[in-house]
Design a protein around this ligand. Structure first.
Ligand code: GRF
Length: 207
């Protein structure tokens, strides 16, 4: 009898356009060997395009404004309950524009990754592509890293260089960076979730 591949339950956190989310959802839909299943999309911006996209794919969405909660800890505790009720094992940040707080970091330490559009530690924070372009560097790129309490400071998992060619416009650079993101992020996610698929987890994911 054929046994199905176990899909690792993941959540994707977004705030904006959602092109990285889209790539992950497409892979899940189209590639039987893809090892993850998105159980929940979390957005701090209910009006984000990424939220509409998630709903179009039939994925559960938690889209609530942090300011509607008494504290950041309360906001994250509400998210954590949703993650735990779906047995989510990995959290993938894809354009989530908030610093993750203690509640989620404690629960998903070593199981939360982010993608950033520069070669960290260069150009952390907002508008990294513009920062690199304005600085006149000849090379920038994409970094995938574990999430810690800092801004784009966690341990680096992978990086890919993008050359800024003579005469290249900011638009062209942005397009190239995003296309590299859509390639590197799935590769890294596949790697980290697969590596420990058969390993007993140390993290406490019980409800
Ligand atoms: C990407 O450039 C990512 O590196 C950064 O935010 C952007 C998200 O884009 N963290 P999208 O919402 O996935 O299209």
């Amino acid at each position: 009898m054929m046994r199905g591949v176990r899909k690792v339950p993941v959540a994707v956190f977004v705030s904006g356009f959602g092109s990285n989310l889209e790539k992950l959802l497409q892979l899940e839909k189209e590639d039987p060997a893809w090892p993850c299943a998105v159980q929940l999309v979390v957005s701090d911006k209910p009006e984000a395009r990424a939220v509409t996209l998630a709903r179009d794919f039939g994925v559960d969405v938690f889209a609530r404004r942090p300011k509607d909660f008494a504290s950041k800890a309360d906001y994250e505790t509400a998210i954590l309950a949703e993650l735990r009720s779906r047995q989510v094992e990995w959290v993938v940040l894809a354009g989530y524009m908030r610093i993750v707080g203690e509640v989620l970091l404690d629960a998903y330490s070593g199981r939360m990754v982010n993608i950033h559009p520069s070669l960290l530690p260069a150009f952390p924070g907002l508008r990294a592509i513009e920062q690199a372009f304005a600085a006149g560097v000849r090379q920038t790129g994409v970094t995938v890293h574990y999430v810690d309490a800092g801004v784009d400071t966690g341990t680096i998992l992978a990086q890919k260089v993008v050359n800024i060619r003579e005469g290249m416009t900011l638009d062209e650079l942005e397009r190239e960076i995003h296309s590299v993101e859509h390639q590197i992020y799935p590769e890294v996610i596949r790697g980290v979730v697969s590596q420990e698929k058969n390993v007993e987890s140390g993290a406490d994911l019980r409800a």
